[in-house]
Design a protein around this ligand. Sequence first.
Ligand code: G1P
Length: 297
Amino acid sequence: MTRPSKRLRKAVLPAAGLGTRFLPATKAQPKEMLPVVDKPLIQYAVEECLASGLENIIIVTGRGKNAIEDHFDAAPELERFLEEKGKRELAEQVRQLSNMIQFSYTRQKEPLGLGHAVLCARELVGDEPFAVLLGDVIIDGTPPATRQLIEAFEATGTGVIAVQEVAREQTRMYGIVDAQPTAGTHWGERLLRIRTLVEKPSPEQAPSTLGVTGRYVLPPEIFDCIERTRQGALGEIQLTDALVLLAQQHGLHALVVDGTTYDAGDKLGFLKATVEFGLKNPELGAAFREYLRSLKL
Ligand code: G1P
């Protein structure tokens, strides 16, 4: 297997979607800014990048998404206000957010699909491998999911995407892989070589029940693959279809990542993430657990 020479530095976070599943909450604010406990959804993905060693984040935005840029920008008045009120720790948290990472923004002018959103970042990514994180999925893993993918990418020399078992009735919500376990690595059966993928197949047509969970580490060749991809499911340019070409031409692996995945792009998944992160919160956890117990469901 060949080893890629370049260290991974960059991540692309597509955030141009219209958030229709959360209307009316997302009519005037981006879906990515909906808070799970005390952080907006997109901040979980940004923190995962930081914990995975990626320092350069490219956010693909669209119309009505200015709140995302403001969120990661410096906020000197707010910091000063918090310091004057003696809330130094909170002021430090606000400061760290804009200092910890280099952010760049690019726009997807029309909602033409996830593949097209990633293609919009081509100039900013350049000719190097990069990660893609879908902000509406939170993966709670140690090491972080993206770090796990980077290790598999370095070992295999091919792109690697995160997958997990999904219920057969739910294959229509995911990209589904047709893959074969590899042998001889410490990942065991969790690392698979992808033969092909299908975007949102019906349960009857799904080649397996391994669903793509919104974390990808890809070589720059993916951009040519996206350019050659025609409109697919829902009339959009799908990243999954471009990955089929990448798998055929350059090889591609799937990793069943170690961690818990919350699909917070879906209302029920969002509620589950809120409850579980609420329970884990050091300040609120104990009181929240007591409250949930008192509900006598
Ligand atoms: C996207 C991808 C799909 C993937 C899913 C994970 O779909 O197209 O392959 O399984 O994210 O959440 P979306 O949920 O944006 O419709």
